[in-house]
Structures are given as structure tokens and as C-alpha cells.
Ligand binder design. Structure first.
Ligand code: SAM
Length: 222
């Protein structure tokens, strides 16, 4: 039955692809930014890949706007303004702008490709919404997610299958360390969860929602 549901969801997604791509283009037009994937971007720069702790990175591909909005609505957080949103592997920053619009108190993107990180920064500063209503709220860090130390406030981490098991394990280690130091509400939203067994092995996070496209994990403190 689960296989039938998955197949139906995939067929629906393929049929709706022209509509969702139009939504993505409209968002870029509305905010005066560029977050689409160009033809060169499916390939990672070997020098950038070599700079990471583990060589298991996935190339840039943005989360469809409609999917990301659904994920935001499914988060178990009553007040987004009390949370910091962190996208590990933020690419050109599409999710950062949508998260800022959703009302997160602080928004952070971590991206190890300097060209993509710069584009994300330009998109954030050039976007009228961010500069007008939440100035300074969007921050882009150029670096390896495996080495990223989380801020001490309540946090939502977003992952769109950005890397493989090794980097993900390093991220889960960082999450466990930060939660041991500062126990607090902590949520991980994993879209296209190719390596969910790594999250399932965490001692401090537990799965609180699963569907065919994403999983939500929450710290015991939520
Ligand atoms: C599938 S894309 C997701 C883009 C963005 N999160 C979104 O949903 O629109 C994965 C991104 O992760 C970045 N990435 C891969 N490995 C990384 C690492 N170890 N540290 C930081 N960024 C990484 C890639 O450069 C790429 O931009």
C-alpha cells in the first residue's frame, strides 16, 4: 500500500512539474532574485568538494517553493519567531527567504561553495522583503556543514538531501553536542531523506512525522 501511495505521489509530482516550476519562477520575480538552477550547476566544483571533511556532497538543486511551504506548515513549532532557521547546504538561499517571510526570528544559511554562498548573500540583501521588514535577520555562512556549530537558541534545521551519510553523521554529532550543552527545542526537517537511518540512530532526536517526501525529527525537549 505504501508503494502505491509513493508511486501515485511521484506521478502527481511529474504531472504538476510545469505548474511548480512556474511557482518557483514567480517567487524569484516577486522578490527580484535568482534561485533557479542553471545548466552548469548539477556538477560540483572538484576544488570545493575537496575542501569538505567528507566527499559526499550533492550538487545544487533548489527545493520547490510549494513543497517548502508545506514543510514549514508541518513543523511542530507554535511560534516561528522564537526559533532560528538553519539550512545546511543553502545553495542560492531560496529557503532562507521563504523562512524569513514565514517569520523565523533569525535565519542562517550554511553553504560550502563560495559562488553559491555569495549568490545567496546577494539574494538576501537584494530582496526587498528582507531589507524592509527583517533587516539583518538573514545570514549566510560559507563553510562545511560537518564543522558548523549551532547557535544556542531554539533551532529548526532544514536539509534537502545536501550530502551523504558521513557528513550527516558529523551533523548529528554536532546536534547531540549542542543539545547536551544547551537542552532546548530543536527540530530537523529532512526533505528527500536519502539517509534517514543516520537521524534514526540519534539518541536525542526522535521522528515525529514522516510522509513520502520528508521526515521531521524533534529533540526530546520540544
Ligand atoms: C540539493 S541542494 C539544496 C539547496 C537548498 N538547501 C534548497 O533546498 O533550496 C544541496 C546544497 O548543499 C551544498 N552542500 C553540499 N555539501 C555541503 C557541505 N558539506 N557543507 C555545506 N554545503 C554543502 C551544495 O553545494 C548545494 O548547494
Amino acid at each position: 500500500m505504501a508503494a502505491v501511495r509513493l508511486a501515485a505521489a511521484l506521478i502527481a509530482e511529474i504531472l504538476l512539474r510545469p505548474v511548480t516550476r512556474r511557482q518557483d519562477r514567480l517567487m524569484d520575480q516577486r522578490l527580484g532574485i535568482g534561485t533557479g538552477r542553471s545548466t552548469a550547476e548539477p556538477v560540483l566544483d572538484p576544488a570545493v568538494v575537496a575542501s569538505a571533511q567528507h566527499r559526499d556532497s550533492v550538487a545544487y538543486s533548489p527545493t520547490p517553493v510549494h513543497q517548502f511551504r508545506k514543510i514549514l506548515r508541518s513543523l511542530p513549532i507554535p511560534t516561528p519567531s522564537a526559533f532560528t532557521f538553519v539550512d545546511l547546504g543553502c545553495g542560492k538561499g531560496r529557503t532562507l527567504l521563504l523562512a524569513a517571510e514565514y517569520g523565523f526570528g533569525r535565519v542562517v544559511g550554511v553553504e560550502f561553495d563560495p559562488t553559491l554562498a555569495e549568490t545567496a548573500r546577494q539574494n538576501a540583501t537584494g530582496c526587498g522583503l528582507v531589507t524592509r521588514s527583517t533587516a539583518g535577520a538573514v545570514e549566510v555562512v560559507c563553510g562545511d556543514a560537518a564543522r558548523y556549530e549551532f547557535p544556542p537558541e531554539p533551532t529548526v534545521v532544514f536539509l534537502f538531501n545536501p550530502f551523504g551519510e558521513d557528513t550527516l553523521r558529523a551533523v548529528v554529532d554536532q546536534i547531540e553536542q549542542t543539545l547536551a550543552l544547551w537542552p532546548r527545542p530543536f527540530v530537523v526537517a529532512y526533505f528527500n531523506p536519502m539517509h534517514q537511518e543516520v537521524l534514526e540512530g540519534s539518541t536525542t532526536l526522535r521522528a515525529t512525522m514522516r510522509n513520502s517526501r520528508w521526515c521531521i525529527y524533534t529533540s526530546m525537549a520540544v
